[in-house]
Design a binder for this molecule. Structure first.
Ligand code: PLP
Length: 377
């Protein structure tokens, strides 16, 4: 089954011939008085609606197990919940700001060290110690869209007994399936492309490893950051149009990259594969598309604020993946938790703008950008 079909048809055979799944709001479930057991007992542990969503999440990633959380950060925290006192996780310095905050402020209190590196692609055997238990990574990176060779990192990490956890929010299973490339865990902020309408906070984890699956089920049950049934249902419905939305968003993004690259008011455009031919080749070998997020810098002397104010369609807002285009300035908005030096090393200049491209008519978007670039002079 292709992913466009799986997104729609993974869940079948609902009660009464209903075409969409029911929502089970019950917090508790009747148990057999003899065995004191049942398929479901209490909503936090599991419930039929969340279980249906988790089946969809697992199916799309080609995974044995799926888990739905109340946010991408709850999923991220759960993905790192197997780390204990003395362990270390390696992350890129440009990792998502919320992940940076969690690793920087929360993990040390649990005796877990986060080691931030400038370039995951430059990791070698010497970077691993017996304490290194995991690599947490994103490819493409945010907001530089730099690419990391997933297969190489998996091989390297596994040689040292470390897990590879991939935050696949930017690509989604429509464009990239890290588990198929050997990664141990995939995390997503479902708030972004999976939900797709900027109206729902959710997170997802998938894995093929039964021991990790147990740990993630424990994180749900013991920490309680689970997705509610109503939100689970809304996500099931949203995912049905994920492949369609992303296809359109990507077509729009490619056209916008072409437009911006040729524009005299633009200094530089970043898009997956744009950094080097090598990165383009690696990306093409591990993903089936380039996605719908791009970054760019205005040419010197242009008024950034005037540009942003003149834009009619993309709202100046953090987040991405929704049907509406959004634009933000990562150094001040999404990556403000990093030190200026760390941002500099990660290639996130003060002037860099990140555009999440929506499903609007692309001619309207390009005309809007063109007009705002003129207003910035
Ligand atoms: C938004 C985001 C997160 C966090 O997800 P929330 O749903 O906001 O908690 C994690 N990783 C990436 C790449 C994100 O864009």
């Amino acid at each position: 089954m292709h992913i466009q079909t799986a997104a729609v048809h993974t869940l079948r055979d609902h009660e009464h011939g209903a075409v969409v799944p029911p929502v089970h709001l019950s917090s508790t479930f009747e148990l057999d008085p003899g065995s004191e057991d049942g398929a479901y007992a209490y909503q936090r542990g599991s419930n039929p609606t969340r279980a249906q969503l988790e089946t969809v999440l697992a199916t799309l990633d080609g995974a044995a197990h799926g888990f739905a959380f109340a946010s991408g950060m709850a999923a991220t925290a759960a993905s790192l919940s197997t780390l204990t006192v003395g362990d270390e996780v390696i992350l890129p310095a440009s990792v998502y700001g919320g992940t940076y905050r969690f690793v920087d402020l929360v993990l040390p209190g649990r005796g877990v060290t986060g080691r931030f590196v400038d370039d995951l692609g430059a990791l070698t055997d010497e970077d691993f110690t017996p304490a290194t238990k995991a690599i947490f990574m994103e490819t493409p990176a945010n907001p530089t869209l730099r690419i990391t060779d997933l297969r190489r990192l998996v091989e390297l990490a596994h040689r040292h007994g470390a897990l590879v956890i991939v935050d696949n929010t930017f690509m989604t299973p429509v464009l990239q399936k890290p588990l198929d490339l050997g990664a141990d865990v995939v995390v997503q902020s479902a708030t972004k492309y999976l939900a797709g309408h900027s109206d729902l906070l959710a997170g997802a984890i998938t894995t093929n490893d039964p021991h990790l699956a147990e740990a993630f089920a424990l994180a749900q049950k013991a920490q309680g950051g689970v997705l509610a049934p109503g939100e689970s249902f809304r996500l099931i419905q949203a995912i049905k149009t994920l492949p369609l939305r992303l296809e359109r968003q990507q077509d729009n993004a490619i056209a916008i990259v072409d437009f911006l690259r040729g524009h005299e008011a633009i200094r530089e455009v970043w898009y997956p594969g744009s950094y080097s031919e090598d990165e383009a080749r690696v990306h093409a070998s591990q993903a089936t598309g380039t996605g719908a997020v791009l970054s760019f810098e205005l040419a010197a002397g242009l008024d950034r604020v005037a540009f942003l104010r003149a834009l009619r369609y993309p709202a100046c807002a953090v987040s991405l993946g929704g049907v509406e285009s959004l634009i933000c300035r990562p150094s001040a908005m999404t990556h403000e938790a990093m030190t200026p030096q760390a941002r500099e090393r990660a290639g996130i200049s003060e002037d860099l703008l990140r555009l999440s491209v929506g499903i609007e008519n692309v001619d309207d978007l390009i005309e809007d950008l063109d007009h705002a670039l003129r207003a910035a002079r």
